[in-house]
Design a protein around this ligand. Structure first.
Ligand SMILES: Nc1nc2c(ncn2[C@@H]2O[C@H](COP(=O)(O)OP(=O)(O)OP(=O)(O)O)[C@@H](O)[C@H]2O)c(=O)[nH]1
Ligand SMILES: [Mg+2]
Length: 451
């Protein structure tokens, strides 16, 4: 723990601005003394019971009528003595309450300090703490549900279960390796089956983790194509609002425009770009440079081409440029004809119009297919979140794969045992116990004050 962990900290836990109520949180050893000084009620505060009180400042001046809830250690969020004051939601009231608390010896909490204390007091593991950070930041409801699943600590259980199975196997192997004449080797097929099963479970954790990351971080899609193909019309149609200017003048969009929609609960960042054409003036040229950057940074390229006309040279070069990356090809303006689309003969391309609901459904489906194989994400399963968790699981997958190969080839058992040992120890980096201060700092620094 760093210096100042014995301080009593206070913060406004609700978002800034005016609301119906605001919550001021206090945690630390002096909480009770602060409550006695600043909170007046008919009866003393009882643990976990909301009591209607008057909050005063250090001179006894009345600040607000509020609900006060006391939490006794260790049955609180932080594991310390805590007090929550649910005041009226005026920023003036909360500021005055905070000022009074600080005047009586509390210190303003740093971002994430409440959760940091919860972690150090054993109230949650590091993974759960990271989930709180995600929950605070969650953009879509799916992301919120995913963070919730991890809060329960289910991930740590699964990793511990895999580690226990490895430990057991290692113990059985140790005897046979150290005393080959006295202790018989455990049956190889059984060992092989166990290693394969654990490997598959780790693979599943990694896969779910990648899905979870997608839900948290989103998928970026660059909408690119020649001028006038209908890129901005597509952005507006998917968004359901007239965000970008649409006109029949080629070169309407000059700057990139970014908007986020949700598909299957995944935030999808759509970037509308300036149309690409060879002979552009200087201003348009600057826009086209931005298009190139957007195309380079997005994971998926969504090519919009005018399918009613003959496919222009720019479109052909764009098709060639994106051949080896994740892309969706959309021939627009089918209501005007589809000669261009037919001439290209691309069976995977979507042919339709941005004005047609079915086309939009196909396009959303195509994004889901490229982004997450179109499989609905099972967010109730816990999943990896932090980088060190991915590292630990990747290391263990690699070790178990090597052990599996060695067993299959019938090599001496001590080689496989060495790999299983390696898998066992890298998984140890998973739990909070071995989390380095740097990791911890990284997680807590993402919090806002009051969390
Ligand atoms: N008939 C028909 N017209 C369309 C369709 N989609 C777009 N348009 C029209 O095509 C013209 C160009 O549309 P935009 O969305 O501005 O095209 P853009 O690709 O963003 O063009 P730039 O920004 O200039 O690169 C507008 O007049 C649209 O109304 C479609 O499916 N059918
Ligand atoms: Mg445009």
């Amino acid at each position: 723990m760093d210096n100042g962990e014995r301080d009593t900290i206070a913060a406004i836990a609700t978002p800034p601005g005016k609301g119906a109520i605001a919550i001021v949180r206090v945690s630390g050893p002096a909480t009770e003394a602060l409550a006695v000084r600043l909170v007046r009620g008919k009866a003393p505060l009882r643990a976990r019971v909301a009591t209607y009180v008057t909050v005063c400042d250090e001179t006894g001046r009345r600040l607000d009528r509020a609900l006060a809830i006391r939490f006794t250690a260790p049955e609180s969020y932080t594991g310390e003595e805590m007090l929550e004051l649910h005041t009226h939601g005026s920023p003036i009231v909360t500021r005055e309450v905070m000022r009074a608390l600080l005047a009586c010896g509390a210190r303003l909490a740093q971002p994430g300090e409440f959760t940091r204390r919860a972690f150090f007091n054993g109230k949650m593991d590091l993974h759960a703490a990271a989930s709180v950070a995600d929950l605070v930041e969650a953009e879509t409801t799916a992301a919120a549900r995913a963070a919730q699943a991890n809060l329960a600590g289910g991930l740590t259980h699964e990793v511990e279960a895999i580690r226990d199975a490895l430990r057991e196997a290692l113990e059985r192997l140790a005897g046979a390796i150290d005393f080959p004449d006295e202790v018989p080797e455990p049956p190889r097929p059984q060992l092989h089956a166990l290693v394969s099963e654990l490997w598959a479970r780790l693979q599943r954790l990694r896969r779910d983790g990648e899905r979870g990351r997608l839900v948290r971080e989103g998928l970026s899609v660059a909408i690119v194509g020649p001028p006038n193909a209908g890129k901005s019309s597509l952005l507006n149609a998917l968004l359901g609002s007239d965000r970008a200017i649409v006109s029949d003048v080629p070169g309407t969009t000059r700057d990139t425009i970014e908007e986020t929609i949700a598909i299957d609960g995944v935030p999808v960042r759509l970037v509308d770009t300036a149309g690409i054409r060879a002979h552009a003036d200087r201003l348009e040229g600057a826009g086209i440079e931005r298009t190139a950057r957007a195309l380079a940074t997005a994971r998926v390229a969504l090519l919009v081409l005018d399918g009613s006309a003959l496919v222009v040279a720019e479109a052909r070069s764009l098709l060639a440029r994106t051949r080896d990356r994740e892309r969706i090809v959309f021939f627009n303006k089918a209501d005007l004809g589809s000669d261009g689309a037919r001439a290209c003969a691309m069976p995977d391309a979507i042919v339709g119009s941005v004005y047609d609901a079915e086309t939009l459904t196909s396009l959303r489906g195509a994004i889901a297919q490229v982004g997450w194989d179109g499989e609905a994400l099972d967010l109730s399963r816990p999943h990896l979140a932090a980088l060190h968790e991915f590292d630990a699981v990747n290391g263990a997958i690699e070790a178990l794969a090597t052990a599996e190969t060695s067993l299959r080839r019938g090599e001496p058992l001590d080689f496989a045992a060495g790999e299983l040992q390696r898998g066992f120890s890298v998984l140890g980096h998973f739990s909070g116990a071995e989390g380095a201060e740097a990791i911890i700092g990284g997680i807590f620094s993402r919090f806002c004050i009051g969390k």
